[in-house]
Design a protein around this ligand. Structure first.
Ligand SMILES: Cc1ncc(COP(=O)(O)O)c(C=O)c1O
Length: 429
């Protein structure tokens, strides 16, 4: 019998339920733990993490620590898989994959079938940009502020398809940027050949948050005069807005949104997603065969790469969404903005510091970039580490020092970071 992608899972002996085990027979509890936690103050939130208290962690934009419910779920799934890999997998696959789509849909305020599950932002960007269906002559418009993962995915697309990529600078001075300038710069670069607009919501090289909604509205105006085959597909690397900004994804005005869940969301390492507008998914070809076509008969599901996965990690993802929802999206947004504002205000009061990230919450989020003129960024970060503060340098052509206050920091730690930077400045004088 010929096995095509539609009946692969259905006919497989691994199809969910075909072996007849229920989750409970493997000792799994059906209840979410996150909903039962006391997360009413920030110390209680912090208590759910195993973070080393001897250092100040300000690198949450890279890789998350996981809270108790996520760690417990990973452990339970790992034990099940280790005890009886195939029967445990078969008993859990359908329900746990669905739970991933549903919890993501609930958090993003969208339908589960519009979501594709991935391992990271990088995987999502690679699949999306390389899978885009472009007609001859159509162009991709992007910015000079994109992360390596976007740039490389777009370059591969150009190399393999012949598509032309045009890169523009959205601002020259990140600290003096304005929303209207950014929108104007993008719109004046759009031509009738522009089919894809590929941008990043919050730039990890400067901390600038671009006005995605305003850009989406401007794109929609242009699209109202275009045909289905020529309208601009607005694609966003949203990883550093997701898990901070209280977003409702349908309202952002983009066609595709890509993020990793192992950063601000505190999700299991190796988790991420692509969200697509219903009518936009048809413009992407799935590059990796999916095992998930049984869940939703949509391109979103088909874009979830198949192959057996690190299921103990992926299936713990719903606990991360629930944990964030149990704290509250608005509360999270306000807290992260408030801590970053405190840091930026403190840094900008130091005469030896140049703050690169805008002070305004409208133009920034959880990333604060700065430099101490006369000291290399790597030496700034090494100097802070010697004072127990963990930061990072930005991996871009021009490098800065970067601190990313998040939910696991507090006002005292921010003060400590400002004092530590002030002491480094004194060394330069
Ligand atoms: C803007 C941006 N996009 C993508 C990535 C890659 O993220 P991931 O680790 O989820 O692939 C990063 C890395 O932190 C980033 O800063």
């Amino acid at each position: 019998m010929q096995i095509d992608r539609r009946n692969f899972i259905r006919n497989s002996s691994l199809a969910a339920g075909s072996i007849g085990f229920s989750g409970q027979s493997f000792g799994l509890s059906k209840k979410s733990v996150a909903a039962q936690l006391d997360l009413s103050d920030w110390q209680s939130v912090r208590n759910e993490f195993l973070l080393d208290p001897s250092v100040v962690h300000m690198t949450g934009l890279l890789l998350a620590s996981n809270p108790t419910p996520v760690r417990n779920a990973i452990e339970a799934f790992r034990n099940g898989l280790d005890r009886n890999p195939v029967e445990f997998f078969a008993s859990q696959f359908a329900a746990k994959e669905r739970a991933c789509y549903e919890s993501a849909g609930q958090y993003l305020e969208t339908l589960p079938e519009q979501i594709s599950l991935t391992d990271s932002t990088t995987m999502g960007l690679g699949l999306l940009y390389n899978g885009l269906k472009l007609l001859p002559g159509q162009e991709i418009l992007t910015s000079t502020h994109e992360h390596y993962s976007s740039k490389t995915s777009l370059k591969t697309k150009a190399d393999t398809s012949g598509a032309v990529i045009r890169q523009i600078e959205l601002y020259s001075d990140s600290s003096a940027v304005s929303s209207s300038d950014i929108v104007r710069n993008i719109m004046s670069a759009v031509t009738e050949k522009t089919r894809v607009l590929a941008l990043t919501w919050v730039h990890s090289g400067t901390g600038v948050k671009i006005p995605v909604k305003d850009i989406g509205e401007a794109v929609a105006k242009i699209n109202s005069a275009r045909t289905e085959e020529t309208r601009i597909l607005f694609c966003v690397d949203g990883v550093h807005g997701f898990g901070i900004e209280a977003l409702s994804i349908e309202q952002l005005g983009c066609d595709f949104f890509v993020a990793g869940c192992h950063k601000w969301l505190f999700g299991p390492r190796g988790t991420g997603f692509i969200w697509g507008r219903k009518e936009s998914w048809k413009w992407v070809t799935p590059l990796i065969p999916s095992f998930n076509m049984q869940f939703y008969p949509t391109q979103g599901s088909l874009m979830t790469p198949g192959g057996f996965q690190s299921f103990e990690l992926r299936w713990a993802l719903p606990e991360a969404f629930k944990f964030h929802l149990a704290i509250g999206k608005e509360r999270i947004q306000n807290r992260i903005h408030s801590l970053n504002t405190q840091l930026k205000t403190g840094l900008s009061s130091l005469s030896g510091v140049k703050l690169l990230t805008p002070l305004s919450a409208e133009l920034s989020s959880g990333i604060t970039c700065f430099e101490i003129p006369g000291m290399a960024p790597k030496d700034v970060i090494a100097g802070l580490r010697a004072k127990r503060i963990i930061g990072s340098t930005t991996p871009y052509d021009v490098t800065y020092a970067r601190l990313t206050p998040g939910l696991l920091n507090n006002e005292v730690e921010i003060e400590e970071a400002v004092t530590a930077v002030a002491e480094l400045c004194n060394k330069v004088r």
